[in-house]
Design a protein around this ligand. Sequence first.
Ligand SMILES: *Cc1c(COP(=O)(O)O)cnc(C)c1O
Length: 401
Amino acid sequence: MTAPVGTRPPLHYLHEELEKLKELKLYQKLRLLQGEQLPVASFDGQRVVNLSSNNYLGLTTHRGLKKAAAAAVKTHGVGSGAVRTIAGTMDLHMQLEEQIARFKHTEASVVFQSGFVANAGTVQAILGEGDLIVSDELNHASIIDGGRLSKAERKIFRHRDLNQCEEILQETQDWTGRKLLITDGVFSMEGDIAPLAELCALAEKYHCIMMVDDAHASGVLGRNGRGTVDHFDLHGRVDIQVGTLSKAIGSMGGYICGSRDLIEFLYHRGRPFLFSTSHPPSVTATCMAAFSLLESPAGEKLIKKLWSNTKFFKRRLKRLGFNTGESQTPITPIIVGEAAKAHEFSRELFQEGVFAQGIGYPTVPKGKARIRTIVTATHKRKDLEEALDILERVARRLKIL
Ligand SMILES: *Cc1c(COP(=O)(O)O)cnc(C)c1O
């Protein structure tokens, strides 16, 4: 018998919500990684080919980056001890930001504690009530949260649908507030690329601020991994570029690139910048070493390997007959339909030695549940061959193929 509402602990409803998730088979246990984030790694005590990390270039375990982190601990300690605007701006922080701005060919750059807060903090800071956000439906949660925090009005266009985007911009031609057109550069669940040149043209035609979130494109697309703006040669046409330091860069953090005014404004109004402590020096030094690597022949070689692995893996998945959607990047979904099926597929794959996360509603639309695979530069051909064999075997058993 359940106790009357008044006598239950006040957080009891959370338990009930969790029970509901279990009934719907949406309850997820955290997988435990033992040791380093590697292309073949040990999770929950099981050796698996790891197709679930965003460690595109294998930098989480790069020797040079580890050395840089350790050296910074020696010279600068393990923490910054304050927020950036009080006493927490170290020489390393400024050096990294200058390095990123040069890399991205923008006037200036500012680093936030994560990609998530870079987006949320920036959108919230630059817009307010009476402003408008025009956003792709599959944009990242941090963009959505930033929009909510800004109190601006939000209008959503269907994924990569330029016609609907322009319809919205036409309908709001006489909007008196500011307008922001915002897209992910590479979409994290589909692995497809935004039509950025066309979106820039729309932003220019309708006088919108243009913002792109290149979390999954940094270190992956463009010369030396400069992202989608470089990939499409749109330098100077995107007002705000977002990148993450947590994916290909191999460490943690997020950054905004743009004009000097934009960056200085964020120093004054970016709430995570003002109210949350800056990165430990080791993180900053790691990122500096990572950007130096990207611009070196060794970095170029890693990006090349990432793409040759990507092409190999995609070609083989297609040949096996998997539905891999519209992906154009190292993120390749394998779409199976119902969420329960995707989670079963993922579970069985794990048992057999492949870690590929199952993803269902509400992260992706109903009926489009999938497992998501991400290859990296550090996967060996034989790792990918092994994964493909297991994928085929399990898919046939579950009648996915
Ligand atoms: C991962 C991701 C982020 C968040 O980056 P973190 O550095 O992990 O906080 C933001 N935007 C997109 C599109 C992402 O894929």
